[in-house]
Design a protein around this ligand. Sequence first.
Ligand code: OFO
Length: 173
Amino acid sequence: MLSEKMLKALNEQLNRELYSAYLYFAMATYFDDLNLEGFASWMKAQAEEELGHVLRFYNYIYDRNGRVELTEIPKPPREWGSPIEAFEAAYEHEQFISKSIHQLAALAEEEKDYPTRAFLEWFINEQVEEEASVKKILDKLKFAKDAPQIVFMLDRELAARAPKLPSLLMQGE
Ligand code: OFO
């Protein structure tokens, strides 16, 4: 059984993950507005992945006999000054999420809630990857700065990462 404090913290994280999805959908619209479809596709896949994170928390809370509480999700920004700024914001957001996952893990340790601590291990590792993948793109964008041809090349490269849901729907799954 989860303590009240742990349950509240897990629900807060679930809602943060929902915001993450919302934020990446907002970034997808920003890139679609610029006709940078590869970047937009990458953002949609990222949003979809965040929904997967939401479901992990959702299922875990019910597995531990808790109750999911959905809260209001803040409206994400609509515009960024440049692709670099959008990826800077994404990188900052992932760092914030890593910090909040670490705080959750610390709380689980403090409460000797070993199942929750074990559950969070996946997220601790995932955040290392999430930060690294965003940082890699950010660094390339910074390098490209004033060279649109590199931005277009990167756009083609990022198109390789597409959301899975449409293909799943086409397969009738
Ligand atoms: Fe971006 O990893 Fe969840 O929030």
